[in-house]
Design a protein around this ligand. Sequence first.
Ligand SMILES: Cc1ncc(COP(=O)(O)O)c(C=O)c1O
Length: 447
Amino acid sequence: MESHPSGFGPRTQDLLARDGKRVWHPFTQHARWATDEPLVIDRAEGMYLYDADSRAYLDANSSLWVNVHGHKVPEIDAAIVAQLDRLDHATFLGTTHEPGIELAELLIDRAPAGLTRAFFGSDGASSVEAAIKMAFQASAQLGQDRPLYAHIKEGYHGDTLGAVSVGGIELFHSTYRPILLDTVEVSSPGLREPGQSAADRAVEVVTELRELMEHQGQRICAVIVEPMVQAAAGILTHDASFLRGVRELCDEFGAYLIADEIATGLGRTGKQWALDHSGVVPDLLTLGKGVTGGYLPLSAVLAKEGIYEAFLGAPESARTFFHGHSYTANPLCCAAAIANLKLMDANNTVDNAARLGEKLGQLLAPLQTHDGVLEVRRLGTMTGIEVNPVDGIERTGFEICQIMKNNSVLTRPLGDVVVLMPPLAMNDDDLKTIVDVCIAAIDQVTQ
Ligand SMILES: Cc1ncc(COP(=O)(O)O)c(C=O)c1O
């Protein structure tokens, strides 16, 4: 892969100048925006993104963990165009439409057994909001007083206030603590003492949760977890026994279990759901990101029938779930999701993702003993390479990603964790390019 000369062409420079005057980007320190040399992405095809100077970049983080089959996928393009010909949008409040119905059926068909209802949201965070409100309202309507949520240190569930309330990443969440919901937190099962096994750590955190539940379990309406991988924390992985322990405690103390599969679901961990590594069935499951193949914003909460039934009653009972959005179940988003899920089935994408993940593990093996690397964490295709911060370099992870970018591979770090999360349909050659470029960049920065 050819290395890019530095410097941007006139169109890129013009766009960046206009951007610099008017745009505010998410998770971006704008004091550094210009010197960080952001790319202007102009088009995409297959596994490649192209900048406004026509330079190609392999999409090594699936455009922030959403892309599945690559870009410009003929089947998804055609489905969106066909839907556009028929119905652009109609509200899902009080009316319904075929794409919404079909997508709910497809999701429930592949959901863990026992989840029978799909409630649509837009971005991932909006499905988390819906799930936490559902858990509280359902328990209230079943006659219980449970105003608390339990969540996990280092957890991340999105950036709206409810989702932030059940998050546990200091840097992102501590600023907002004074304005958040009442919650209780247990330690992360993914943060182990040196030499401690993942199974021992799971026992430790489940014990901590038991103590908490013994004190406050009757007041907790839900425990929320990211199954198997705490992604935004830096791809922290944990033992499946942790999830089984949490499920047992939820059953014992009458709390709902919310599994946030927004990042992990639909193949990213090499199985349909990360929960499938554990055999656990949650009461509520949130999904988003890759459900539309990475094309359009759509998320969903999948719920057990009993939770749905807790909302039934006469209109004046106020048992309605008073929650929704203007664009809930937008037909274009649903059409993209239907096409994506059908293509995943036709191409055995989840099995291929498991194989791709194994291949990724083999290619990354040299980093296990690399002096500059603290730990390589991976489940399926979700990979975090934690590097040692280098003296004299302000942002080691960022520097590595900048070098990767100059060598045609695009990803984004989480602090000093370099994240690789290729589209599930990537081939071995492209995967090898990504890993070769990544290892070379780590060598360059850390040696
Ligand atoms: C586990 C998890 N939940 C929720 C979200 C929020 O999703 P969105 O960014 O689409 O709102 C994310 C995003 O990374 C996530 O990883």
